[in-house]
Ligand binder design. Structure first.
Ligand SMILES: *Cc1c(COP(=O)(O)O)cnc(C)c1O
Length: 411
């Protein structure tokens, strides 16, 4: 399978592994517990041999999805969770200790920002930097720095982190680079190519892709040598050191914290993953067409989209993402437009949070997902009051452009 392309690999991975009765999908396993005929075998699985015991630690269905994600990312192994936030929680709370230091991008998902505040309350030091410039990341280094966290494309401002330089610097300095690849997905950007040690994908977004199942995944790219990481528990310093980090995330994060992906959700997400490349290509093409059209309209003040030559990281995006730029953009409307009146006139765009659905979704960000953090932090993050986030879907392009323009013309 290694020689096949991205989509062929995803489509055929279940069938090529041992699937009961030749089924082309991995069956949906609802069992909570897994029984053994041999007591020695039972003990062996508890002692680390691969197998299933209790579904909180995974089922054959979640494992089949994990294998797909591993192949997509070109990594060594993946652990799945009930949501993307659960996956991030597992990474931060199992690999960092009180007194450790984390360098994080300023430009991150609002709930991740809130999660890092909890981590700070528990005694982990966090410095926020402008991660579009590796020099800012380097300048934040302390003797107790353990980890660097960025997203690939940030939401809603679409800043693109200086990923490749950050990844290389982290590997040279024994730091764990955690990349949230949700907005790009491994189809546009493999975390491994950027030098990330761990890649988090929210499966609820493009990979599942239809807004009908939540999930998250952490993939180890195999680049990081976990024998140099000080916080690995003695119990997990066994076997090849390349697996220690993910073992700790699985044991202390998935098993002990318990935010497990259900077999039912894993099955739905795996079906979505089959068409990721087709959906992403169409959504990215739609997004570029919309960004170009919006930029021409005199009542749209600003368009933030990496596909526009005016975007500060346009060149970098061309280099990293192979000529497509994701399907998230934000626009700032003319100051005299009431954003709520404008939104109420839209007929095709769906007024909803979430992103990565097949349908185009729109949200006034300062009033919703960034409301809780207050005006000052919003200003630091570049979130304007009249900013709309648009998650572009796969509808017919003219329908989206016409809908947006009819609402603007009516305001
Ligand atoms: C949605 C999202 C998450 C969280 O994922 P959930 O599956 O909703 O928990 C994390 N990071 C980014 C960039 C996201 O867009």
């Amino acid at each position: 399978m290694a020689d096949n392309g991205f989509t062929t690999t995803v489509l055929h991975s279940d069938r090529r592994s041992s699937v009961e009765h030749g089924a082309i999908h991995k069956p949906l396993h609802p069992s909570c517990e897994y029984a053994f005929n041999d007591a020695r075998e039972l003990a062996a699985v508890f002692q680390g041999k691969s197998g299933f015991t209790y579904a909180r630690q995974g089922t054959p269905t979640t494992q089949a999805l994990e294998n797909k994600i591993t192949q997509m990312e070109g990594g060594t192994n993946t652990v799945s969770f009930s949501t993307g936030m659960a996956a991030l929680t597992a990474i931060f709370f199992t690999l960092l200790k009180k007194g450790d230091h984390l360098i994080s991008s300023h430009y991150i998902f609002g709930n991740t920002n809130s999660l890092l505040a909890t981590l700070m309350d528990l005694g982990v030091e966090v410095t926020f930097v402008d991660a579009t410039n590796v020099e800012e990341v380097k300048a934040a280094l302390r003797p107790n720095t353990r980890m660097v966290f960025t997203e690939s494309i940030a939401n809603p401002g679409t800043q693109v982190a200086d990923m490749r330089a950050i990844g290389q610097w982290c590997l040279e300095n024994g730091l764990v680079y955690v990349l949230d690849n949700t907005l790009t997905t491994p189809w546009l950007c493999q975390g491994k190519a950027m030098g990330a040690a761990l890649v988090m994908n929210s499966l609820s977004k493009y990979i599942g892709g239809h807004g009908h199942a939540l999930g998250g995944a952490v993939t180890d790219t195999g680049l990081y040598d976990w024998s140099q990481y000080p916080n690995i528990n003695d119990a997990y310093r066994k076997g090849a050191s390349s697996s220690w980090g993910l073992t700790q995330i699985k044991k202390k994060g998935l098993r002990d914290m318990g935010a497990t992906l259900s077999s039912d959700s894993a099955h739905r997400l795996a079906i979505g993953a089959e068409t990721l490349s087709l959906r992403m290509a169409k959504a990215c093409d739609n997004a570029l067409a919309l960004a170009r059209a919006f930029a021409e309209h005199k009542r749209v003040e600003r368009v933030h989209y990496p596909g526009m030559p005016s975007h500060p990281q346009h060149q970098r995006s061309m280099e990293f993402f192979g000529g497509r730029f994701g399907a998230i953009m934000s626009v700032e409307l003319a100051a005299d437009i009431d954003v709520f009146d404008f939104l109420n006139k839209l007929r095709v765009f769906v007024l909803a949070t979430h992103l990565g659905d097949t349908r185009t979704l729109v949200l006034p960000v300062a009033h919703t997902i960034y409301y809780e953090m207050g005006a000052q932090r919003r200003a630091e993050m570049g979130i304007a009051d009249n900013m709309l986030r648009i998650s572009v879907g796969i509808e017919d392009t003219p329908d989206l452009i016409n809908d947006f323009f009819q609402a603007l013309d009516d305001c």
